[in-house]
Write a protein that binds this ligand. Structure first.
Ligand code: ADP
Length: 411
């Protein structure tokens, strides 16, 4: 039996077919440049194959994926579909089965994630059209952070603005931070409800979450995924007063400013070369000053965010690094941990260098602030876990109902 995971963006659709028992990825891949003549579909199964898509729509891509799964004999054994949905607003604290009501709420949250939620919905509707008999589950990026207290999620704006427009910190990368929390609890053998960690998801998009007693109590991304750390192409937090000034200096409209902050800033904007950490590291080694500066700014912002969460946690069991940079960049981790040396961490470079390319481990230890670990995230695994749990609950309640109905009256 298999679960199908769908992650649909505005011009892309990623998928993974995962076995329900072993939780292994059997087939994965994705469509890119959808709705354009260059649309293509890549399937990774016994090698990697990319073909042009005849029908470049999301539905066309999904039909093509399904046809492949059918042709290889997997389609009949798919038992549920899990969808990544970026924004669940304040409506969803956990994953849910997708019903017409859930679709309406995802639509209602679309103004909070105007690029992502409509794309996620297109994916849901395409998948439902092709697989109407299966349960479809929505797993929200925001859900894990719904446990944040008011003092962490409110902005210092007039309260009426939050009340009327739901403008507040929501946080993202929830499936990753939740996975990291659960896995770290197992690795350190600490009960989840006693675990205090700072989870650093450092990829092209990057966020840090403070997790107290297994629950998110603060996180660096906000109403949108632009806030917080400096990222691959995103500026991260800056002085809001800078925006009207930029409008004046550059003679940009607000959409151009939005583009500047989301797509032309961060590692790319500072280095002037790339948003790719790997490339910047090699450029920095060759003496490229702006690449070194970009990396140093990235690392400094992570370490200062980590330190800013200590008041929320009071006691720390671990700092955990994950995501493409967190799992692989020996340089960035060393930079961050050296800036946190005042917390008493004994940093071990052989073990830091060892943790790359999927190898997990402890890279530093402090007598007062726990350990620093590298843990590989698994957002798709989290989506499968939730999807299968919801499926099992649904089957149980259906069985219970059927059993109750068939019970003789004297029972
Ligand atoms: P996304 O947010 O797109 O999912 P990823 O989590 O895949 O991003 O992370 C991508 C980032 O990880 C890129 O900046 C990439 O350069 C970086 N990365 C991947 N491998 C390494 C490596 N070995 N050393 C340094 N950075 C790496």
């Amino acid at each position: 039996m298999y679960a199908l995971v769908i992650n649909c963006g505005s011009s892309s659709l990623k998928f993974a077919l995962i076995s329900s028992k072993e939780r292994q990825t059997i087939i994965s891949g994705g469509a890119e440049q959808l709705d354009s003549p260059e649309a293509s579909l890549t399937i990774k199964h016994d090698g990697k194959k990319t073909d042009a898509l005849k029908d470049s729509s999301h539905l066309g891509a999904f039909k093509e994926i399904f046809a492949y799964l059918d042709q290889k004999g997997f389609a009949k054994n798919i038992i549920a579909v899990g969808h990544r949905v970026v924004h669940g607003g304040e409506y969803f604290q956990e994953s849910v089965e997708i019903t017409p009501e859930v679709i309406e709420i995802i639509k209602k949250c679309a103004p909070l994630a105007p690029i992502h939620n409509p794309a996620n919905l297109i994916g849901i509707l395409a998948a439902q059209e092709v697989l109407p008999a299966l349960p479809h589950v929505a797993v929200f990026d925001t859900a894990f952070h719904q446990t944040m207290p008011e003092e962490a999620y409110l902005y210092g704006l007039p309260l009426e603005i939050y009340e009327k427009y739901n403008i507040r910190r929501y946080g993202f990368h929830g499936s990753s931070h939740r996975y990291i929390t659960e896995r770290t609890a197992r690795i350190l053998d600490i009960p989840l409800d006693k675990l205090n960690i700072i989870s650093c998801h450092l990829g092209n998009g990057a966020s840090v979450a403070a997790v107290k007693h297994g629950k998110s109590v603060d996180t660096s991304m906000g109403l949108t995924p632009l806030e917080g750390l400096m990222m691959g192409t995103r500026s991260g937090s800056l002085d809001p007063g800078l925006i009207p000034y930029l409008v004046e200096c550059l003679d940009y409209d607000i959409y151009e400013i939005d583009k500047l902050l989301n797509f032309k800033s961060g590692l790319l904007g500072i280095s002037g070369v790339s948003n790719d950490c790997r490339l910047l590291e090699s450029k920095a080694k060759e003496g490229h000053v702006r690449s070194r500066l970009a990396l140093d700014m990235f690392g400094y912002r992570v370490s200062k965010t980590i330190a800013s969460y200590l008041p929320a946690l009071q006691r720390l069991d671990a700092i955990v690094f994950t995501g493409g940079i967190g799992e692989n960049s020996v340089y960035i981790r060393e930079l961050i941990m050296s800036q946190l040396a005042f917390l008493g961490y004994t940093f071990s470079n052989p073990s830091n260098s060892f943790c790359t390319g999927g190898k997990e481990g402890v890279i530093a230890t402090s007598s007062g602030f726990g350990k620093a670990l590298v843990v590989c995230t698994d957002e798709e695994g989290m989506i499968v876990q939730d999807t299968l749990e919801i499926l099992a609950k649904k089957e149980k309640s259906e069985l219970r109902q059927r059993y109750a109905i068939s019970l003789p009256p004297y029972y």
